[in-house]
Design a binder for this molecule. Structure first.
Ligand code: ADP
Ligand code: MG
Length: 480
């Protein structure tokens, strides 16, 4: 029953990215069919002509970003990662592109589709439709499109991800399994998929004889459910038998699905026992993957478990700088600092914000300034504005000065507690929208005039007491 539901859910999910293909099954190791290759060649010719017509930055942004995902006699499917980009291209370049496409002998029409590059290349239509007359061999759709941007070269290393990076590099370079499995975990948008693709790219380059399969856990599940339905388990198992390196991304998604978990466990064991490299990613560490069976959980932790931690300000800044280099775009430091300071949740959002600013500047012909960035990102920045509380300020300040939290409310006037308390009041005034009486109440029911006094005192000291100045800067940084 659950499998039926899963199946239905996945069908819906896949339809949005689905690009039906008439090219039939592609096997794991075979190269794209010749019709696809011809189409790609013709498309390259079209691109060359467009490149001559357009300004380079404009070309790179729009045409250069179109990815050929499928070719049939009726159409060439071109994908971009967002609806916005697709709409833009359709509105501004589709006519020219269609004309050139015909001129270059291309078959059929051009179709522009939204496809997140992280999502698997859509499988051939026959394997996706649950009503297909013949059970298609499952081994057909392990072909993977790797995101060309997700390489080691493009990965910025910092404290939060250095272990995961080093482990990924090691696995990519080692002729035999380095750690089995390598288990990468961390929050969303912190670079797990990037690292996995990077491993695959590197293997493809340096050890091309190796058969590498990268699969989202969803896809694994989908194929498994399909195989069950079409009673095609032999084929399902077969496809993994000859794999040298298996990567399963976002394994938390197979949690709680007993059948799939069981099968995954067998596949996993078989590969590890055969000394093949397995690489797993998830949003949590193996112990914390709750809905997963105990024996699988413990087995997942046998190799190396490496975490990808939330980014630091420094790492965010270097990622932004790196990204600007890639885009060949100069953005002033104050703008980058604004982004690095405000958009802290994950790297995907950070990149999204930078892209938006750059796109806006290109489309509107505006220079990128602090004001412009603030305007373009107004909604995003508001959403990310952290609501700092007085409690939090008191806690951090107490921690920083090594005094008890209770001293924030106490009546003691000794310098070693009075000064930190004043700093906390000053920060409360600066960083929260609370009124002076409200702040006073939070500090052991003090009068608002005490708060005014504290704020004035600290402001005065900031001018000539460098060590206090540093304390305040550090605290602000921590709190924001
Ligand atoms: P996850 O799989 O952990 O959710 P992704 O690997 O999809 O995250 O990363 C999200 C985006 O952030 C991608 O565009 C990726 O290239 C980028 N990214 C994440 N970490 C880094 C990094 N350290 N250096 C460069 N880009 C990064
Ligand atoms: Mg991912």
């Amino acid at each position: 029953m659950q499998d039926e539901e899963t199946m239905a859910a996945l069908d819906v999910h896949h339809e949005t990215h689905q690009t039906p293909s008439a090219t039939g099954h592609r096997s794991l190791s075979s190269s794209p069919s010749s019709s696809l290759r011809t189409a790609q060649e013709q498309w390259r010719n079209v691109c060359q002509l467009m490149q001559q017509r357009l300004d380079n930055a404009v070309y790179q942004r729009w045409i250069g970003n179109l990815q050929v995902i499928d070719a049939t006699d009726n159409s060439l499917s071109l994908a971009m990662p967002t609806r916005f980009m697709v709409d833009w291209v359709e509105r501004h370049y589709a006519d020219q592109l269609r004309l050139l496409w015909k001129q270059k002998g291309g078959k059929g029409d051009l179709r522009f589709v939204v496809m997140n590059p992280l999502v698997q290349k859509a499988a051939p239509a026959t394997t996706l439709s649950p009503t297909a007359a013949t059970p298609a061999s499952t081994s057909a759709d392990l072909s993977v499109s790797l995101d060309p941007r997700f390489t080691f070269e493009n990965f910025v290393v910092g404290k939060p991800n250095e272990l995961a990076y080093a482990a990924a590099r090691r696995v990519a370079e080692s002729p035999t399994p380095a750690y089995n499995p390598l288990f990468l975990y961390g929050g969303v948008g912190l670079g797990k998929t990037h690292l996995m693709h990077a491993i695959a790219w590197s293997l493809r380059e340096q050890q091309p004889q190796k058969r590498v399969v990268y699969l989202s856990a969803e896809k694994f599940m989908y194929q498994f459910v399909r195989a069950l339905r079409f009673k095609d388990m032999v084929a399902f198992k077969d496809q993994f038998r000859n794999v040298d390196v298996l990567m399963i991304d976002d394994v938390q998604f197979i949690c709680g699905r007993e059948h799939t978990q069981e099968e995954f466990f067998h596949t996993f064991n078989a590969l590890v026992d055969a000394n093949r490299q397995v690489i797993i990613s998830a949003d949590k560490s193996p112990q914390d993957l709750e809905a997963i069976e105990e024996r699988l959980r413990s087995r997942l932790g046998w190799g190396l478990v490496a975490d990808v931690n939330p980014t630091t300000y420094e790492l965010r800044l270097s990622i932004l700088q790196n990204k600007c280099d890639q885009l060949k775009q100069t953005v002033t430091t104050d703008v980058l600092e604004l982004l690095a300071q405000k958009i802290t949740a994950n790297v995907r959002e950070l990149e999204g914000a930078l892209n938006r600013v750059v796109a806006h500047s290109q489309l509107m012909g505006r220079d990128i300034t602090l004001d412009m960035a603030q305007e373009v990102l107004a909604d995003t920045l508001r959403a990310h504005e952290r609501r700092i509380t007085i409690d939090e300020i008191q806690r951090k300040v107490a921690e920083h000065y090594g005094i008890k939290l209770a001293e924030m409310h106490s009546a003691r006037r000794a310098r070693d507690v009075a000064r930190p308390r004043q700093v906390a009041m000053y920060l409360a005034k600066q960083l929260t929208p609370r009124s002076l009486p409200e702040i006073g109440r939070k500090f052991g029911g003090r009068d608002h005039t005490t708060v005014i006094h504290a704020v004035k005192k600290i402001e005065e000291l900031l001018g000539n007491d460098t060590s206090l100045n540093e304390d305040v800067q550090v605290l602000k940084r921590i709190l924001q």
